[in-house]
Design a protein around this ligand. Sequence first.
Ligand code: GAL
Length: 366
Amino acid sequence: MNNVTARDLCLRPGAALLLLTTLGLLLIFALPQGTTAQSKPVAATPPMGWNSWNKFGCDVSDKLIREMADAVVSSGMKDAGYQFVNIDDCWQVSRGADGTIVVDPERFPNGMKPLADYVHSKGLKFGVYTDAGRMTCQKRPGSFEHEAQDIKTYASWGVDYVKIDWCYAEELEPDVQYPKFRDAIAQAGRPIVFSICNWGVKAPWTWGPHTGNLWRTTGDISDKYDSMSLIGFSQDGLGKFAGPGHWNDPDMLEVGNGGMKHEESILTNPEVIAVDQDAKGVQGHRVWDEGPLEIWVKPLADGSQAAGLFNRGESALKITLDFKTIGAPASGKLRDLWAHKDLGTVQNSYTAEVPKHGVVFLKVSK
Ligand code: GAL
């Protein structure tokens, strides 16, 4: 597809749920995987980029991925911080006699290395998908018993991100299988973001922080507000497992795929993305709810707090942010992050009308 705009891109974080990811990503434990004294940690902030699955399913090709890389640049997504261009399921067809994974020769006639080089030439990073079981969810060869071999192959192509699924793995244990990939990545000698995709099975937030850089916390998102909001709002409480280098993953965005309204899906607001990418890396949490209304808060590196006033209801409603609820001083400076507008110094509380399925997103500082 030519002239792809931001609205045609189904994007990940990471995020979501853009705002929920924004509020919903967050802090703690092991040293970020791949960290050395000299290098920048892998996934120090939630990885942002594009993934083929939610828009194109199995209809992936060399041509499509090049076009998407071009579009990430021309649409302004790259400037907004989106870095990765990731191929999901269906790029692989079989294994060679020595077990090496074989790329679909019709859809990727140049092989993966030239495609990775192209994506890199745009100043972007390149990702692929595999499965820890015997087959991928679309019945392509999985990486079971080929863990180190596959990671080595990906590293030789210049892969920067690998998403590892959990289909056809019924008799396997995720906390046994996934560490094999972690160890293979460490051996491969290339920083690779390791995305665990086992849909929350066996509480990946408990073993994920010392295994990968992010782990899916739920089943698949679909292109509807209900799906997106159920996933996003269910992240409350998982913040204590996450932080720089290891994040909860509430699945990919569905922005631009057609099923959501303007209020439900926005991608490139820089002040909102800055909250998602804040260096403190503390996940947002719910501080108040009443009926369809919720307030979530995320502390930021500069000592301020981001506060999302969400209306999950079916008509516009007023929400009051009481500064006491978020432990802020009685007098606070407010900024509307969507509108990029200072609201001045406010005493004790702030009330806003929030559209149906919308959010008023504020920064509260001293
Ligand atoms: C699912 C996964 C999706 C997508 C799909 C591909 O298991 O959650 O995000 O990768 O497999 O078949």
